[in-house]
Design a protein around this ligand. Structure first.
Ligand SMILES: [Zn+2]
Length: 127
């Protein structure tokens, strides 16, 4: 796992402030380990469902399907924004950036003023 801190612009209407986000990237082996762990937990729960009378006809196939879907999705996630901190451009209070997929620009809500704030990576804007 590789963690990088990047500068971001927080934008609301025409006001700009600065912030930082931490971006985690996973290599091939880590992605495989993460997806095996997530799928393993669901597979264990599915094994438990096998002992539930009648409902096991529905729960076991659903659990197996969920295991496959979760395994594929967590394997495909090569990076994520762990979160970050900045200043809200609308109310000037501290702005906590939530964990999310690394698809910039991000849209996040300020917990203080409830405004939608656009978060852009500065590194991608300036070559
Ligand atoms: Zn705010």
């Amino acid at each position: 796992m590789n963690a990088k801190t990047k500068l971001v612009n927080l934008k609301y209407e025409d006001k700009l402030t600065r912030g930082e986000v931490e971006i985690l990237t996973y290599d091939e082996g880590e992605r495989l380990k993460r997806s095996a762990k997530a799928a393993g937990i669901i597979l264990l729960a599915t094994a438990g469902f096998a002992f539930v009378p009648i409902l096991h006809f529905l729960l076991v196939p659903l659990g197996l399907l969920t295991t496959i879907i979760v395994g594929i999705f967590s394997y495909r996630q090569a990076a994520k924004v762990r979160g970050g901190l900045g200043t809200c451009p609308s109310c000037d209070k501290p702005f906590v950036i939530a964990e999310s997929p690394p698809q910039f620009p991000l849209i996040d809500l300020c917990t203080e003023c409830q405004q939608r704030v656009q978060i852009e990576l500065i590194d991608e804007l300036t070559p």
